[in-house]
Design a protein around this ligand. Structure first.
Ligand SMILES: [Fe+2]
Length: 419
């Protein structure tokens, strides 16, 4: 091969190899042949707060604020008391790493009881995440919202409870629209708001969006897990969307003169039922709650509360003809109900049966009224220093039941009377 021929062959090879490299790089290759970064998702869809915020896990000194962005972000909450103080910042981190993703749950701690805070969300897109370099994208900020921390010294307040909506968003919206929100500090969703949890849109469309539109940016809701929320692939992620103060679905908290007791009645049928495919462990879980319950009812906060309100999805005293359907309830009847009586529960708010019913106390069985909400009812508690008035309405506001519970005598007086 002559020198000229060798030169021309080399040029041709270079061109062919270069073309192949360009073809492999596809549209990411620049005219110079150098690869560029793929187009960022944000170039297609601008960063935005897609859902929320919704307030969770309220206490006297803390609250969790949850929201979702359309793109993966790192986030924080800016908050302050009133208008003049400077903003404080809070973010979430796990095991030393700041949380990143689409769903953001930031817990504000060290707050002052009964205090109104203003807050706003800040999320910044994580455009590219490499081991030693991260490319940040746009930042989005929400408007300002406010919330008020719980307060055990508060004289009067109201709460509302809904249940068993089973993903029916339109009636839920209608019910929320008819609620008189003045004085309401707390909302309870008493289980089976979902049919099961296997995709994010279920929770957003059926529960979160109606609540956010109506109240949840400024009033927290307490999600009491029902048996249907224990079903589906995402059941194991429910806490990510609806965090609790303790990271468990059973806990207690105080607002005003009420100690709220939240229990998780679990699945209705035995753990060995074929429907559960051997993937549940509720026997042990209910036994764990029994031990916790024994301890909670001995606590000072519980013993000294004027009213003790039990929030539980499945009513233990309604036993189905099909005993398998009542397996979980029978455990609660046998192991928890005696503790409820011993503890001096004043009111039990329940759900699950899809039938509105109000049960007067039956001495020795349940020494307190039991109210079972239906899928089309709203329960409202108006609490004052010496009374708790419960009103049950249908979604359109029609009153179905109304009764009052008068404040119990102080614990030391009852103790003296009993000893
Ligand atoms: Fe249920």
């Amino acid at each position: 091969m002559s020198g000229t021929k060798k030169f021309l062959t080399a040029i041709l090879s270079f061109v062919l190899i270069g073309s192949a490299a360009m073809a492999e790089a596809g549209s990411n290759a620049s005219p110079s042949g150098k690869a560029t970064a793929p187009p960022a998702a944000s170039a297609v869809e601008p960063l935005r707060i897609a859902d929320g915020p919704w307030l969770q896990a309220p206490s006297e000194t803390s609250v969790a604020i949850v929201w979702r962005t359309n793109l993966p972000c790192v986030s924080e909450v800016e908050y302050r008391v009133g208008e003049t103080e400077s903003w404080s910042h809070a973010f979430s981190a796990s095991h030393g790493l700041r949380d990143i993703g689409h769903l953001h749950a930031v817990r504000l701690e060290g707050l002052t009881p009964g205090t109104t805070y203003r807050y706003r969300l800040v999320s910044q897109e994580i455009r590219e995440y490499k081991p030693y370099s991260v490319t940040f994208g746009a930042e989005v900020r929400s408007g300002e919202y406010s919330f008020t921390t719980l307060n055990s010294q508060k004289g009067a307040f109201s709460f509302v409870a809904l249940n068993d909506r089973h993903e029916k968003a339109a009636p839920l919206r209608a019910a929320l629209k008819n609620i008189r929100w003045d004085g309401v500090d707390l909302v309870v969703l008493n289980g089976d708001m979902l049919n099961y949890f296997e995709s994010e849109p279920q929770a957003f469309n059926a529960i979160i969006a109606p609540c956010v539109e109506s109240f949840a940016k400024s009033i927290p809701f307490v999600y009491v897990r029902g048996n249907h929320e224990a079903r589906g692939m995402l059941a194991r992620k429910l806490m990510d969307y609806f965090p609790t103060p303790t990271g468990r679905y059973y806990y207690a908290f105080t607002h005003g003169n009420v100690r709220f007791l939240v229990l998780d009645s679990g699945e209705d049928k035995p753990d060995t039922s074929p429907e559960y495919s051997g993937l549940v462990d509720f026997d042990r879980y209910r036994a764990e709650q029994t031990e916790w319950l024994k301890s909670e009812i001995q606590s000072r906060a519980f013993r000294h509360a004027a009213f003790r309100v039990l929030l539980i999805h499945m009513p233990f005293h309604v036993i189905e003809k099909d005993r398998a359907q009542s397996y979980g309830r029978e455990y609660i009847r046998d192991h928890w109900a005696p503790l409820f009586n011993r503890a001096g529960i004043d009111l039990m708010i329940s759900a699950h049966t899809h039938r509105l019913s109000v049960h007067r106390p039956e001495k020795g069985k349940w020494n307190y009224p039991i109210v079972i909400g239906a899928p089309n009812t709203v329960l409202r508690g108006d609490v004052a220093r010496n009374r708790l008035k419960l009103t049950v309405t249908e979604d359109d506001g029609t009153v179905r039941h109304e009764f009052e519970i008068v404040r119990r005598a102080p614990w030391w007086r009852r103790w003296l009377e009993q000893n």
